[in-house]
Design a protein around this ligand. Structure first.
Ligand code: B12
Ligand code: SF4
Length: 449
């Protein structure tokens, strides 16, 4: 049985966006590919994004490969393209079973099916265990899977089975099937000189920021992989693929102090020569963690700050103390680690004044790099519910849900046009201020453990 997994071409959505694009391995699909291999399926991949494939190229590849099952991953802005790909597949061969999964499907399984008659099945929630069962079922030729975490068309109705509880032991999941992906194509030129890979060491986030869709897939209970399991994957990445650059895409990599230190100690003791980036929160980082992170090869840490106004931070449930931000950034930089921070323009209640405060805060914080997004209500988030309740959703064309130069629900006190101007202006002013600033010198490291 042949399984074809597809990462849709996001350039179709993001073309208008003038900033540099980075190619990243679709790590969720790589986990799903590993499940396919474990189940003995022949697995093929089309990373249409990395291969710069158009929909025409994808059509050609589907015809050539003639899979039994196609699985497509999608975030919200990629859902319309994912649905188009399912339609293309069905036109080539109606016997091909089309399955959608990914963050958008996790939030809107029923809607995704009802809008796309050419999608046979959706998988929602954490994918591995569900997909594993589903592959067995499809091998037996069934089309109405009574499997948790799955939805499907049943004549004119839609059946949505009960959700599946999360996988208790993350160490039991096979490593992502990186060997199936065009690994040499994943570049982040501003950060690394050679190809890099993503890696996930935990799932879930205990916080509850109103704009965030993480808990839609992973819930609020955080699960960690063991340090040993993570270290073995790092070893595989180095020894099997020759990759020495890793971006940890955990929501908050620095949660769980002992575990973070254990991972770093392991990297040092095993002599792994890597550079890595990770994420943190203002309240989950300290000197001890930084000592180990720096020694293990950490080059950059990203922080979500989101607003320079205390009241707005309360509104969006981002529980951080703005007074601590600059001291934390200074501390991180004193270890020779760069700081990246992100900000949202157009939060509920944002005014000209609070947006100005946010841009100025970013500039004065000393962050080395900044991301300014336009507030976007992703399905399943509290912000989405607020937008619905206040009748503020302007469109259900999901390709518009993309943070950049697009306002799909405005809950601020500022016009759409001004929000878009502020986003451009924020980048312009930030770049200008960085060009004028001087880099901090790293502190000498002395590790004791
Ligand atoms: C790192 C990250 C990125 C990175 C890299 C993503 C990558 N290449 O993997 C970058 C910076 C590129 C990025 C971009 C964007 N991101 Co992002 N990202 C994340 C983050 C923090 C981690 C992603 C990750 O590593 N996931 C781990 C893998 C294992 O999870 P997964 O992909 O969801 O896959 C699992 C299941 O969903 C399912 N599954 C997935 N695909 C499939 C396919 C099939 C067939 C099946 C059966 C199952 C299945 O099984 C997988 C294993 O359990 C998440 C938050 C989070 N913790 O999930 C946000 C998150 C996914 N991103 C989000 C958003 C909004 C975006 C952008 C749309 C923002 C923008 N710029 O406009 C873009 C979309 C880009 C695109 N091309 O789709 C939202 C998604 C919400 C939504 N409804 O779509 C999230 C949840 C964060 C948030 N703030 O809400 N992101
Ligand atoms: S934005 Fe970050 S801290 Fe807030 S809920 Fe999402 S993952 Fe957690």
């Amino acid at each position: 049985m042949k399984l074809l997994l597809i990462h849709p071409p996001s350039r179709e959505v993001y073309d208008k966006f003038e900033r540099k694009q980075i190619d990243r391995m679709p790590i969720g699909l790589a986990y799903i590919a590993a499940v396919g291999e474990q189940k003995g399926w022949e697995v093929e991949i089309i990373d249409a994004e990395a291969m710069r494939y158009s929909l025409g190229d994808i059509e050609r590849e589907i015809s050539r490969l003639q899979p039994d099952v196609i699985g497509i991953t999608c975030t919200t802005p990629l859902y319309p393209i994912a649905a188009k790909i399912a339609k293309i597949a069905k036109a080539i061969n109606p016997q091909i079973k089309t399955i959608l999964g990914g963050p958008h499907i996790n939030a809107m399984p029923e809607d995704s099916l009802s809008k796309s008659p050419m999608v046979d099945i959706v998988v929602f929630g954490e994918g591995e265990a569900t997909f594993s069962e589903l592959l067995d079922y499809l091998k037996r030729g069934g089309m109405k899977p009574n499997i948790r975490g799955v939805g499907y068309h049943n004549n004119k109705a839609i059946v949505l089975n009960t959700p599946r509880s999360s996988i208790a032991d993350l160490d039991s999941i096979p490593f992502p099937a990186r060997h199936k992906f065009p690994i040499e194509k994943y570049y982040d030129p501003d950060r690394y000189n050679t190809p890099y890979t993503l890696m996930v060491t935990s799932r879930g986030c205990p916080y509850n920021c109103i704009f965030c869709g993480s808990s839609v897939t992973w819930g609020h209970h955080i699960r960690f992989r063991s340090a040993d399991n993570v270290l073995n994957e790092i070893g595989e990445v180095i020894n099997k693929f020759g990759i020495h650059n890793i971006t940890f895409s955990d929501d908050t990599f620095t949660l769980g102090k002992k575990r973070v230190i254990d991972i770093c100690k392991g990297i040092i003791e095993r002599g792994y020569d890597i550079e890595f980036l990770c994420s943190s929160r203002i309240n989950t980082i300290d000197e001890k963690r930084l000592e180990f992170l720096a020694e293990a090869g950490c080059k950059e840490i990203s922080f979500g700050v989101e607003s320079g106004d205390e009241e707005i931070l309360k509104t969006i449930s981002k529980h951080i103390d703005l007074n601590k931000v600059k001291p934390v950034f200074d501390m991180v930089k004193s270890f020779g680690i760069k700081v990246h921070s992100s900000y949202i323009i157009g939060n509920p209640g944002d005014t000209h004044e609070t947006i100005e405060k946010t841009i100025n805060f970013a500039i004065e914080s000393g962050t080395d790099a900044a991301q300014f997004s336009i507030s976007t209500p992703y399905p399943g988030t509290t912000l989405w519910n607020m937008a619905l309740k206040r009748h503020k959703l302007k469109t259900l064309n999901f390709s518009e849900y993309k943070w950049y130069y697009s306002v799909v629900a405005n809950l601020s006190e500022v016009s759409d046009e001004d929000l878009i101007d502020y986003q451009r202006e924020a980048y312009r002013r930030f770049e200008r201020s960085r060009n004028a600033s001087v880099q901090n010198k790293p502190k000498t490291l002395q590790l004791k453990y």
